[in-house]
Design a protein around this ligand. Structure first.
Ligand code: HEM
Length: 131
């Protein structure tokens, strides 16, 4: 990828980021193996999906829509009310890997983003795993 092309552009700009957030939460809603993190979310996922879209717009190198509306995301702090261990992290990643599979990104770009998402999701862990 050239330095001037952002992942935001590669994924299809605003429409591509919206579609990614949409697929992510559809996967979470429909995949029984993600039930644990689905239950951490409200029954109506519209608000969660919109916030993820706003956040990912900036995170992928596009307009910083989340920061404009809500200020600094302080993601780790915002996730503290939810118990997140390795299992929750892996369920979140499963949804994102599925959402990225249909993004139209090539293999290299997808792998790069999977790595970046994993680092962010791993940083969100706030509970020891049960032994
Ligand atoms: C590691 C596992 C994760 C779990 C279990 C999790 C779960 C949640 C839950 C339950 C909410 C609240 C939803 C709502 O109030 O509607 C939330 C909000 C959010 N999550 Fe996560 N999340 C995880 C990782 C991530 C990652 C890796 C990112 C970003 C790459 C992310 C981005 C967000 C954003 C932007 C919000 C909205 C924050 C706000 O209220 O303003 N989450 N998450």
């Amino acid at each position: 990828m050239s330095d001037s092309t952002s992942y935001y552009d590669l994924i299809g700009g605003d429409a591509g980021v919206r579609a990614l957030a949409e697929r992510f939460y559809r996967q979470m809603d429909e995949d029984p193996s993600c039930a644990r993190i689905r239950h951490l979310h409200p029954a109506d996922l519209n608000h969660s999906r919109d916030k993820l879209y706003l956040f990912l717009s900036g995170w992928l190198g596009g307009p910083p829509l989340y920061v404009e509306q809500y200020g600094h995301p302080m993601l780790r702090r915002r996730h503290l009310p939810f118990p997140i261990g390795s299992d929750e992290r892996d369920q979140w990643m499963r949804c994102m890997v599925a959402a990225l599979a249909d993004s139209g990104l090539d293999e290299a770009a997808r792998q790069h983003l999977v790595g970046s998402f994993f680092n962010t999701a791993d940083f969100m862990r706030n509970r020891e795993d049960p032994r």
